[in-house]
Design a protein around this ligand. Sequence first.
Ligand code: SF4
Length: 465
Amino acid sequence: MCGVLGILGDFSLITSKDLLLLLTHRGQDASGVLWSEDDRYETVKAMGSPVTLNIPNEQSNMIIGSTRYPTSGRKVSSEADLKTFVGPFNVSGLALTHNGNITNMPAVSSKSYDCDSEFITDRLAFHLEQNNQNLASAFQTLDSEVDGAYSLVGIHQGRLFAYRDPRGFKPLVFGRGEGRTIVASESTVIEMAGVRLERDVYPGELVVFGTDMSMESHAISQNETHSHCFFEYVYFAHPAATMESHLVYDTRFRLGRALASSFLKMGLETPDYVVPVPDTSRPAAQALAEELDVPMREIILKNRYLGRTFIAQNQEERGAMAKCKYIYLADKIRGKSVLVVDDSIVRGTTAKMIVADLKKHGATNVYFAVTCPPQNHACYYGVDIATDKELIASGTSLKGIANYIQADALIYQDMTSLENAIGLKDLCLACLDGEYPTEYARKIRKNIEENGASLDGRDYERSLG
Ligand code: SF4
C-alpha cells in the first residue's frame, strides 16, 4: 500500500506536495517527488510523510510523486536509504513510481533490489530498450514476467503514463481539465486539484497522456476476472474516494447496516451507545446506530499527531503507538454499556487495549463489532502482513479472540455481507479465504506448506529456486 501521483501540465511543485499529502494515510515511511526540468529530472525525497519534503517554489510540466509504505525492502532508517528504497526512480530516461507489491522479484532477476519500485523501473527500462522504446510492447513483456500488484505512474519521452496490473488489485484513477491531467491512487487528489474525475485506469490498461491533452489507451492484458483489494474499501482508502464508481463512504455505511443485522440476531442487550473507533469506522458506526436506534457517541478520540498503528514496523513500535493513540471521555463512559465498532482486528493489540481502557473508565459492557471478517492469511500484494502467524484470527477461534480482547461479545462481518456491501463481483479476498489470485503467490503458499514459513523475512522476498 502506497500512494502515487502524476501530473501533466504546468503545475506548482509546492501544490503537488499538498496533493501528495492527501495520500499520507496510504504510507508515511518516506516520500518523494520527481519533476522534469529542461530535459532532465530533479528529485526530492524525505523520510516520513510528504510534509517533510523540501520542495522548491517552482513550476513544472511533468511531476510524479509517491508516499511509501514498505512491503518490499525494509523501513527507511536513514537519509542514505532514500535513494534506493523510495520512489520515484529514473533509469535511462524513464521515470516511474508504483503502488502494490511484486511477489516474484527473485525469480525474475538475480540482481538485488532494495524495493520493488526500483525493480519495476529497471525491468521496464530494460524492456523499452529491447522493444525500440515502444511503451505498449515493453509493458506486454513486463506483464508476462511479473506477478503481483502494481498500479503505477511514470514519465517517458515527454509523456505521462499510467498502468494497472491485469488483476487491478490497487486503485488508480485519472482526470483531465484546465490544461492538466492528474493520475492518482485516490480520486480525492483529482478533485482537490480542481480537475474532473474521468475514470479508473482499467485493469491491464496502459494510458498515455500527451501535453496537448491527448490520450491513448492500450489494452495490454485482458484478464477475465479482476481482483480488487476488498481491504481498500474497508480500511485503506479515504471515505471520500470513489473507486470502480463506488464511493467508499457508502460501502462503509452498508457494512454498518449489515453488522446491525448480525448484532440483532445475537439477541444481546441493547447498548447505551454505539462508539466508533476513529477514523475509518465512523460511517459504519453511524449506520449501526441508526439501525439499532441507539445514539452514536464519539467517546474515543484520536490523538491526531500519531500515524496509523497498522503501518508501524514492529510489535514494539506498534504497542508504544497504540498506548498513546486514543483519548477517552471518561465521564461519558462510566456506567454505560457500549457497542464499539472498528474496521478490523489484525493482531488484536489495539482491540484488547480499547476494551481494557473502556472498562477501566467504568463501562459496564463492551461489545466489539468489526466491519471486516476475520483475517487469517498473509497478504503478498501490498499489505505488510508477511506471515499468517501475525494475525490473531489465524489459529484462534472467534471465542478465543473474544476472550483475548476481553469483549463481552464479538460481532464479525460475514463474507456474504462484505461482498454485498462492496458490490463488486471481482474481489481479492485472499487474506480472508486463502484463495490467492495469482500463480506465483500460490507457489509461495505451496512452498510454505511444504517447507515452512520464512524465519527471517517475508516469504515473497526469498527465492523459491
Ligand atoms: S490479500 Fe487482502 S489485503 Fe492483500 S490485496 Fe488481497 S484483499 Fe487486499
